[in-house]
Design a protein around this ligand. Structure first.
Ligand SMILES: O=C([S-])c1cc(C(=O)S)c[n+]([C@@H]2O[C@H](COP(=O)(O)O)[C@@H](O)[C@H]2O)c1
Ligand code: NI
Length: 409
């Protein structure tokens, strides 16, 4: 699975995101071609290479043409949330691009409405802001879709401090819309850079990262494939760019090393029936394994330790289930690098019928194990002891190994 890590050491904005996606390989013509699926004119998109400090990145600038500035423009000079959503919905863009873009617009509008004490419908994006935001937001999702990026994590969001001046006068940094988005159910980690006296995180950048990042923190485990830089517009006195690290997560089929997550909770106040249900539910929902260990907890209470092994990408989903289905108030997380044997199933004939055999191999070690369920089924069907089927299965495995040795001589 392709994963993008957004390294927001100089904040994040809509145009930095577009620049980054271009730097990571998005074709300019793919971006502009898709944007034309919206019935919205009055702008051009300019692409260039730009230097910030010693780094060369990609710059994307949305320029308004006379049409959008003109008084006779049929949309008038202001657009509100529903005008922007209408343009997106009436386009022939993919359903995913439309849904995600609208989500980001709602996020910005909610924050603006809260800050300015208005209703959502009364929040107006002036013409420049609306066109610019639509291109930045929709363009970001077009880019993510074209590059096949399915998962996004982000670093802490570095912002500056002090004040900026915009159309509405002075704004404290973090600007109020960004502060509001941080305060309303965001898992983003803000970080104030006291050596930068301007805005680094814009409302559009904040709304996009809040919507797309499933985690904020360190760079996740991945095979890094490409690194890109999208440059920012402000002079910050430092390198002003958004860095993206694009990688692949998950191991190739025949890999013998990967990572699993071990989730643990101690439980002393739940019935056996409910614990049994919880374990079954966890396994049905994709846990690799789930098991209980008897323990003694404080106040001499006999209790159980629930341990669940899961794929890293299932960490949040499985944690949610543990909280929903058990009484625990906390879940411990361990990231465990794991060696594993490459496994495959093969079918073998026995005098009692066909069985599956698990064949595991790693370096010079090989293991063969008849599948219990198949053996039990054949024992029932043939009215013979289970051990007889196992013995027959082992004979078939021995025969197969002999044939393979003969083939290689
Ligand atoms: O126009 C308005 S109301 C406005 C509000 C705010 C608030 O935080 S509230 C901030 N800004 C600033 O305008 C520019 C453009 O932002 P984009 O996200 O559209 O790139 C930026 O400096 C904002 O902080 C405007
Ligand atoms: Ni505002």
């Amino acid at each position: 699975m392709k994963i993008l890590y957004l390294d927001c050491f100089s904040g994040i904005s809509g145009d930095m995101l577009l620049g980054l996606l271009i730097d990571l390989g998005l074709k300019e013509s793919d971006l502009t071609g898709e944007l034309r699926k919206m019935n919205m004119g009055g702008y051009t998109v300019h692409f260039s290479k730009k230097r910030t400090g010693a780094i060369c990145g990609s710059d994307v600038t949305v320029m308004l043409t006379h049409e959008a500035h003109g008084k006779g423009h049929h949309h008038g000079l202001h657009r509100n949330l529903s005008d922007c959503c209408k343009i997106i919905h009436e386009s022939s863009l993919s359903e995913w691009v439309k849904t995600m873009s609208v989500r980001v617009f709602e996020e910005v509008a909610q924050a603006e409405a809260h800050v300015h004490g208005k209703s959502i419908d009364d929040v107006h994006f002036h013409e420049v802001g609306a066109v610019d935001s639509i291109v930045d937001i929709v363009g970001t999702f077009i880019g993510l879709e074209k590059l096949g990026i399915k998962k996004i994590h982000a670093s802490p969001l570095h912002d500056g401090h002090g004040f900026i001046t915009c159309a509405h006068g002075q704004m404290p940094v973090p600007v109020p819309a960004v502060a509001q988005m941080l305060a309303s159910g965001s898992r983003a980690i803000p970080y104030i850079q006291d050596d930068v006296a301007t805005e680094l995180v814009t409302p559009t950048g904040m709304a996009i990262v809040k919507t797309i990042a499933s985690k904020f923190g360190a760079v996740p485990m991945m095979n890094i494939q490409r690194i890109g830089y999208g440059t920012g517009k402000r002079s910050t006195g430092r390198i002003n760019a958004l860095r993206g690290i694009l990688g692949e997560q998950g191991q190739p089929e025949n890999s013998t090393q990967d990572e699993v997550v071990l989730l643990e909770a101690n439980i002393d106040d739940q019935t056996g029936e409910i614990l049994g249900y919880a374990m079954n539910h966890l396994l049905c929902q994709g846990a690799l394994d789930a098991y209980y260990t008897p323990i003694y907890m404080k106040k001499n209470r006999p209790a159980v330790k629930l341990s669940v092994l899961a794929k890293p990408e299932d960490e949040e989903k499985i944690t949610e289930i543990i909280f929903k289905e058990t009484t625990t108030l906390g879940v411990r997380v361990f990231h465990c690098p794991r060696y594993k044997m490459h496994r495959e199933f093969i079918q073998l004939a026995t005098p009692y019928g066909q069985i599956h055999v698990k064949h595991a191999i790693r370096n010079n070690v090989e293991k063969w194990a008849p599948e219990f369920d198949d053996c039990a089924f054949l024992a029932e069907e043939n009215q013979v002891p289970l051990t007889a089927v196992y013995d027959a299965a082992r004979q078939s495995i021995l025969q197969l190994q002999k044939n393979q040795t003969a083939d290689t001589m």
